[in-house]
Design a protein around this ligand. Structure first.
Ligand code: ADP
Ligand code: MG
Length: 143
């Protein structure tokens, strides 16, 4: 499914739609380069699930936990992950097994070669549209 978002409000609405479809245990895998909107989308997703705190890219921490909403959000940044052992040491697989939360991965393309992402993940590819505030989201499978 392709969704064109012209501005932050559209992106927030799409994130809310995805948030409302989540039951717990899902993994959302973002791809798309720097500044495409992975963190912005995750912020709206966490907010839609009822989390009220701060949401930032977990570049140094690798994973941030957002607790207190309808579902927890485990926000990963795979930018610095380069091996299965790296990933294993973040407790990624335990987070994926947690049905009280959802795992969200920025830079999932960075770990494609490791073949560690769950097969039933939700892929969200983000590309820039013509305009500076336009983003094209490709979501697989469809909502
Ligand atoms: N439609 C849009 N959706 C998401 N972000 C947008 C959109 N239009 C402009 N932006 C801007 O793009 C930037 C995305 O930054 P960020 O979410 O940190 O990206 P990433 O995490 O992918 O590196 C923000 O400055 C945001 O305001
Ligand atoms: Mg980011």
């Amino acid at each position: 499914m392709k969704v064109i978002c012209n501005g932050l409000e559209d992106t927030a609405k799409l994130a809310e739609r995805i948030a409302n479809s989540l039951h717990g245990g899902e993994c959302i895998a973002f791809s798309g380069g720097m500044g495409m909107g992975k963190t912005t989308f995750t912020r709206s997703l966490a907010k839609s699930l009822g989390y009220e705190g701060d949401v930032q890219s977990p570049t140094f921490a690798i994973v941030n936990e957002y607790i207190g909403g309808r579902l927890n959000v485990y926000h990963f940044d795979m930018y610095r992950i380069s091996s299965f052992d790296d990933l294993y040491s973040t407790a990624f697989f335990e987070y994926c097994d947690d049905k009280n939360g959802v795992v969200v991965c920025e830079w999932s393309e960075n770990i494609e070669g490791i073949d560690a992402l769950p097969d039933d993940r939700i892929d969200v590819k983000i590309e820039r549209g013509e305009d500076e505030n336009c983003r094209i989201f490709t979501i697989t499978p469809d909502l």
